[in-house]
Design a protein around this ligand. Structure first.
Ligand code: MN
Length: 321
C-alpha cells in the first residue's frame, strides 16, 4: 500500500536517543487516513508519540471492511525507496504488481515482502473477484544505509513457520521467535509475528531484551502486559524485556513488532526514505520524470503523482513529543 496523504510532511526518524531503554506500556492511538476512494486505514506509525519500533517505520491497519459490492483496495502505481514493504492479511486478497515484473496474489497469513532498495514502483488492488471482507496491515521496514541501494526485488512466502503454545498460534512473519525463523530477507535484527490467541489464552512469549517492541491489535479482546489493547491500537513496550504476558477474553489477533533500535537518522517523505533532503528531492524528480522507478505493467490506470515537497528544509522533529 501507499502513503496517499496529499498533505505529506517530511519526518525525521531513527536515532538511539528516542528509544526507551526499559519496559514501558505506552498506548498509541491511530490516525484515520483515507486511501483512495474506498479504503480508510488507521495509521499507528509514524505517530505523534512515536516514529519507529526497531526498523519498523510505518504501520497501517485496515478493515475488516465489507467489500462484497465494492472494488476494495485500489492503489495505483507509486514509487518506493530505502525500505521494505510487508503486506499482511487476516481476510481477503491483495494483487501485487511491480516494476521488476513480479505479479502475486497475497492471501491471509502469507508474506508479501517487497524490498525497494534504490527504486521500485508497484500497484496493489483487490482482485476483481474477491472475498467479502478485507482485513490486514501494511507495514514498512527501513533499510540500513549499507543496504538501501540494493537491487529491488519481491518475495512471496506462502508457507511460514509457526510456533504454538496452549491458546497461542504464532506465525513468524520476519526474523525469528523461539527458534522458528521466517524465510523473508531482513537487513537489520528485527522480528514480526502474527499472534492468534484463543479465548481464555494466558501465555508468555519469549522476547529479546536488546530489542524494542510494540504490539498491534487487529481483532478481539486482548490484554498485553496487563493493558487492554483494542483493535486498531498499538502498545509500545520499550526494551529490556525477556518475555511478554498475553491474555485474551475472546479469540484475538495481534501482531508483535520488534527489533534492534534503529541507530541511523533518516528522512521519510511520502513513500520514500532517504538520508538527506537531496535524496528526497532527487527521488521526486525521478518519479515525476519517469526515470529510475521503472514501470508497472498490467495496471489499468495512471500512476500516482508525488505530492509537493514543502519549501522548508527538512528539520529534525524527534521521535517522541
Ligand atoms: Mn506501496
Amino acid at each position: 500500500m501507499s502513503n496517499l496523504d496529499r498533505e505529506a510532511v517530511p519526518a525525521l526518524c531513527g536515532g538511539r536517543g528516542f528509544v526507551v531503554a526499559e519496559p514501558v506500556r505506552e498506548l498509541l492511538s491511530p490516525r484515520k487516513v483515507q486511501l483512495g476512494e474506498s479504503t480508510e486505514v488507521r495509521r499507528l506509525l509514524p505517530n505523534l508519540g512515536r516514529r519507529m519500533v526497531g526498523a519498523w517505520c510505518f504501520v497501517d491497519h485496515y478493515g475488516p471492511d465489507d467489500i462484497a459490492d465494492e472494488p476494495g483496495m485500489q492503489v495505483p502505481p507509486h514509487p518506493h525507496m530505502g525500505l521494505q514493504t510487508v503486506s499482511w492479511l487476516h481476510e481477503g486478497e491483495v494483487l501485487h504488481r511491480d516494476s521488476t515484473g513480479s505479479v502475486a496474489t497475497i492471501r491471509p497469513r502469507e508474506l508479501g515482502l517487497m524490498t525497494s532498495g534504490r527504486a521500485i514502483s508497484h500497484a496493489e488492488q483487490s482482485p476483481k473477484s474477491h472475498a467479502r471482507f478485507l482485513h490486514g496491515a501494511q507495514l514498512w521496514v527501513a533499510l540500513p544505509d549499507s543496504d538501501r541501494h540494493v537491487e529491488p526485488h519481491f518475495e512471496h512466502h506462502a508457507e511460514l513457520p509457526v510456533v504454538t503454545a496452549p491458546g497461542l498460534h504464532a506465525t513468524i512473519v520476519l526474523g525469528d521467535v523461539d527458534g522458528a525463523a521466517s524465510p523473508g530477507t531482513t537487513y537489520t535484527p528485527i522480528v514480526g509475528a502474527d499472534l492468534a490467541l484463543a479465548a481464555g489464552a494466558d501465555v508468555r512469549l519469549p522476547l529479546e531484551p536488546d530489542f524494542e517492541y510494540a504490539v498491534l491489535a487487529m481483532s478481539g479482546e486482548a490484554h498485553v502486559d496487563g493493558v487492554p489493547v483494542l483493535p486498531g491500537s498499538m502498545l509500545y513496550l520499550g526494551c529490556g524485556r525477556t518475555e511478554l504476558p498475553l491474555r485474551a477474553a475472546s479469540d484475538a489477533g495481534l501482531m508483535l513488532l520488534g527489533g534492534e533500535p534503529f541507530e541511523e537518522e533518516l528522512i521519510m517523505f511520502w513513500n520514500w526514505i532517504g538520508r538527506t533532503q537531496e535524496d528526497i528531492v532527487q527521488a521526486r524528480e525521478d518519479w515525476m520524470t519517469g526515470s529510475r522507478f521503472g514501470e508497472v505493467k498490467g495496471y489499468d490506470g495512471a500512476p500516482l503523482p508525488a505530492p509537493e515537497l514543502p519549501p522548508l528544509a527538512l528539520k529534525p522533529r524527534g521521535r517522541v513529543r
